[in-house]
Design a protein around this ligand. Structure first.
Ligand code: CA
Length: 534
């Protein structure tokens, strides 16, 4: 039998009557039940490596089936092409999401600070409104989560292998296995056994993957072994014509991907002592002990699996005696393959959770969001990491499925920002956000009705006190142009993103662009004042 919803969907697909009939199923007489919300979140997942996005690596990612479950989610929901963060780094992005406010207003603008969980946050609002709230996985805000009935979080950055979790009671427990799978297990266990099935839920399943140091799961260590990941054209960017800050950064694949820690060129972990492994790291000037801390936690079986992959690879690498650009290219491959392998596990575990929703009658009334705390450089400008206002880290993935409301397979160009998630998700549940929340609800956009006055620019702020020597910069991104200011040196950049999507040509100071530069400067000032951050 053709249900009303399916009938409407077929009409919409056929382009018939889509102007007349809202897709939202608003004709249904019965009020909708408050939707459940499943917020799937990752750390540092680039758009380039998500097959749902039309980006540099899309063909590669699709061919090797790295993100089939996220692509399926996008096919069942909407993909936002222009989703941006307000500050492209882990803690600040999470704080912006929780509060709906820019960094300087929510008080968490750089990693290493402590989030003030006593202020208004989205999970508290859900909790107060009668939702069950739960959080499993990465938190990285130093303070204890507030607004969650249940939480089990990774301490700090967390570990990939046999990670510790901190429970709501403050107890530290160590789990055996691979972090991404364990977070999915905890999510599934709560869905099945932990919650009150008569109440709606707000469930955060927040992954560590694919954060540095990109430790793959044993079963995917050999994935992509025999292929090369395509390089970006600007892997050897010389930063000509742009501000001095680009040359000062310490996040290049050439100089900062260290061989022992990041690229895992270590002695065998089964037969070496932790001290011997660490000594090899020091020889290669490693400044990141995270990989070695992972080795220390591994079981013998995990170590054996590790060596089975990395020992022969490292033997081959040493025999080649690479230097210069060839060495940078090898590091790029080592980094990208481990990064993508972590994403493969992430996608698989997300798939398990989405399958559970479908198999248990929860899919129809659950809003599913997939996002990441920022984008990431996959060799563009010679970099890994994030922090900059340039496209690869300014944009973040945002996919949302809401059966009966969001038309499946939509690609949305309206500009959204991470400060919008809280007011949006709350409005979807019929809950008001306080008026001092700075983000805007894009629920109307989900319903296919983008308001006339919807934003056409976003404000970006980065506060250069963290790692990787990226200087403080502010900027505004419009639909076509981007203006960037480095206040310490008073240097400016201006890009035509349409003509120069990889942002290699700084047009600031060119007579031809005087007018749009002046317009964007006014816009930067306006937004800085509006949000009270500049
Ligand atoms: Ca991050």
């Amino acid at each position: 039998m053709l249900t009303r919803r399916r009938f409407l969907r077929q009409m919409a697909l056929a382009g018939v009557g889509s102007q007349l009939l809202p897709y939202a199923g608003a004709l249904n007489a019965a009020p909708r039940k408050q939707p459940n919300i499943l917020f799937l979140f990752s750390d540092d997942h680039s758009l380039q490596t998500l097959g749902a996005y039309r980006t540099r690596l899309q063909d590669f990612v699709r061919k090797h089936r790295i993100t089939p479950n996220l692509e399926q989610l996008a096919a069942e929901g909407a993909t936002f092409n222009n989703s941006f963060v307000c500050n492209s780094i882990c803690g600040p992005s999470r704080a912006a999401i929780l509060t709906g406010k820019h960094s300087k207003i929510n008080g968490f603008w750089t990693n290493g600070q402590r989030f003030d969980g006593s202020q208004w946050t989205m999970p508290q609002a859900f909790q107060k409104a009668g939702y069950q709230t739960a959080l499993f996985g990465k938190w990285h805000l130093a303070s204890t989560p507030t607004g969650f009935d249940v939480s089990e979080i990774l301490p700090g950055q967390g570990m990939y292998y046999n990670p510790d979790f901190i429970t709501k009671d403050g107890e530290r427990i160590r789990e055996q296995g691979y972090c991404t799978e364990i977070i999915a297990d905890k999510t599934l266990d709560w869905l099945e056994n932990g919650r009150d099935k008569d109440k709606p839920f707000f469930l955060c399943s927040w992954h560590k993957a694919p954060h540095r140091t990109w430790m793959p799961e044993p079963k995917y260590m050999d994935l992509l072994d025999d292929v090369d990941v395509p390089e970006p054209d600007n892997l050897f960017d010389d930063y000509a014509g742009r501000s001095s800050a680009l040359k000062l950064q310490k996040m290049s694949i050439r100089d900062e991907i260290n061989l022992a820690g990041d690229a895992k060129v270590t002695p065998p972990v089964v037969t070496s002592t932790p001290e011997e492994i660490l000594a090899s790291a020091e020889k290669s000037a490693s400044r990141d002990g995270a990989t070695f801390a992972e080795f220390k936690r591994m079981t013998d079986a995990q170590k054996e699996a590790w060596d089975a992959h990395y020992v022969p690879r490292n033997r081959k690498f040493r025999a080649k005696k690479l230097t210069g650009d060839a060495l940078t290219r090898w590091k790029y491959q080592a980094y990208m393959k481990d990064y993508i392998r972590c994403i493969k596990s992430l996608d698989e575990q997300i798939g398990r959770v989405l399958t559970y929703l479908k198999d248990n009658g929860l899919a129809e009334n659950t809003i599913v969001v997939y996002s990441s705390d920022q984008g990431f450089y996959n060799g563009e400008h010679g970099w890994y990491d994030k922090r900059w206002i340039y496209e690869e880290s300014l944009r973040n993935p945002f996919i949302i499925k809401w059966p009966g409301v969001v038309k499946p397979g939509r690609r949305i160009n309206a500009m959204i920002q991470n400060i919008d998630y809280a007011p949006t998700l709350l409005e979807c549940a019929g809950i008001d956000a306080p008026s001092d929340v700075q983000g805007d609800s894009f629920k109307p956009i989900l319903e296919g009705k983008t308001p006339e006055d919807w934003r056409k620019t976003i404000l970006y702020t980065y506060y250069g006190r963290g790692a990787h020597a990226v200087k403080t910069h502010y900027g505004v991104r419009g639909r076509r142009f981007k203006l960037v200011h480095f206040p310490e040196t008073d240097e400016w950049e201006f890009y035509d993103i349409k003509k120069d999507p990889t942002e290699m040509k700084n047009l600031y100071g060119q007579a031809k662009y005087e007018k749009p530069v002046a317009r964007m400067k006014r816009e930067l000032k306006r937004l800085g004042e509006k949000y009270r951050v500049l």
